[in-house]
Structure formats: C-alpha cells, structure tokens
Ligand binder design. Structure first.
Ligand SMILES: C[S@@+](CC[C@H](N)C(=O)[O-])C[C@H]1O[C@@H](n2cnc3c(N)ncnc32)[C@H](O)[C@@H]1O
Length: 220
C-alpha cells in the first residue's frame, strides 16, 4: 500500500492575525460566513496575506485539491492500493479512508475543508486530527519514507516506483505548497529526498506520474 502524503499543505482557516483585514471582511460579508471559518485563499485574500509569515507558501487550497484529485482518480487508488493523507502546515491531518473520493467540485471541497477544520471529525470517510509529520509517519509504520523535492538527488519516476513497490508500506511526501521547500522538521522525518525532474513541477503532475509508474509494478 502506497501512502501518499500531501505535506505542509497550503490549507488553513484564516489566521487570527488577518481576521480583521478588509480582504477577509469583504469576503465574509459577500459569502455570509464568519471570518474565522473561511479557508485562506491567495486569490481572494492576497493583500491581507502580505502580512503573514511565509505567505508565498500559503493559501492555495486549489492546488491541494488538484493534487488530491489526481491521486484519488487513479486506478491504484481506486483499487485500494494507495492511501492519501493531507498534512497541513499547521499539523492538521486529513486522512481519507481507502477508496474514498473527494467532492467533484472545488467549492464543495472548500466547504468540506471548512467543516473538517471546525468539527475535526474522527470517524467516517475523512478522519481529521492534529499530529506532527514525524508522529504521523510513525503511526503509518512506513518502511520507507521518500520526500519529493527539487532539492533531492535525481531519480527517474520508474526507478523510484520500483523502490517504493519493493516495500510493504512505503510513504511518499509531495509538497502541497506553491513555492519553497520542506521545513527542516519534515526533511528530518524522511529517509530520502528525490528529485524527479530538473524543473520545479506542480505537485499534481508529479503525483500523477509517480502513481502511474507505481501501478505498473503493482500489477505485475
Ligand atoms: C510547486 S512544487 C514546490 C516548489 C519547490 N520549489 C520544489 O521545486 O520542490 C510542489 C511540490 O511538487 C514536488 N515537485 C515539484 N517538482 C519536483 C521535482 N522536480 N522533483 C521532485 N519533486 C518535485 C515537490 O514535492 C514539491 O514540494
């Protein structure tokens, strides 16, 4: 079973620091939501986000959704041979039960995330809990933990897929953020860091290609 972790995901509720910012207040009025229950989104809260630390790495729920969709739409996932976790930059884990499909529309996904962060459900199709990345990997009992990053040593997708497929319960971490790199804390929890291309690609492309290669080995 491949454990795919969308790590340090740029998915969070509006932080207290910018709760009163006009970009947030306007959004709250327009949508009829409490500011503290809205998902931070660069495309809406850009001017407010400039006040936040590491703003370049935050507020991209769309990107997390694309990556999640690419993973959960694959035959590997649908056959129950991959499990997906979103691990946010605030150490909130969203664990998807095997073969659970996320909502087909982005607005529904965003609503589901808002609800999940507020209610932290611990059963059903998505389990939500707070856990640092190292503890999550211990809970998974991963026998190989590979982080995908342009900062890693080069390996082709095929080569990496062979290595992952040779293990019983491997984990692959892909960054759920638009720019920047894994924090030292995340990097410390990895066995290996791997670069699959000279370019920095979108996480959903890396995930789709890696899973396709893993499928080839899990079916032989
Ligand atoms: C948009 S990138 C983040 C940008 C970051 N500068 C980078 O290149 O790793 C999102 C994620 O996609 C994965 N990724 C993108 N390009 C990659 C590459 N060439 N090799 C391995 N992973 C890559 C990494 O997991 C990365 O955290």
């Amino acid at each position: 079973m491949l454990n795919l972790i969308i790590a340090e995901a740029a998915l969070e509720l509006i932080p207290d620091q910018i709760i009163g910012h006009p970009s947030v207040k306007n959004d709250a009025e327009r949508t009829g939501n409490e500011p503290s229950t809205i998902i931070l989104d660069r495309s809406i809260h850009h001017s407010g986000m400039l006040k936040l630390g590491e703003d370049f790495k935050r507020g991209r729920p769309d990107l997390v959704y694309l990556t999640l969709l690419n993973a959960t739409s694959t035959p590997l996932y649908q056959d129950g041979l991959a499990k997906v976790y979103i691990h946010t930059r605030n150490d909130i884990v969203l664990e998807f039960r095997e073969q659970t499909r996320p909502p087909k529309s982005y607005s529904r996904f965003r609503d589901l995330m808002r609800k999940s962060f507020q209610e932290m459900p611990d059963s059903g199709l998505i389990k939500v809990y707070e856990l640092p990345i190292d503890s999550l990997l211990k809970n998974i009992i991963a026998d190989l933990v590979v982080g995908l990053s342009t900062q890693g040593g080069y390996s082709g997708y095929g080569e990496l897929a062979v290595e992952l497929s040779g293990k019983k319960n491997p984990a692959a971490l892909v960054g759920g953020f638009p720019r920047g790199h894994f924090t030292p804390k995340t990097t410390k929890a990895l066995d290996r860091v791997v670069r699959v291309d000279e370019r920095s690609l979108d996480a959903h492309v890396v995930v789709a290609r890696l899973i396709y290669e893993v499928e080839k080995h899990s079916r032989t």
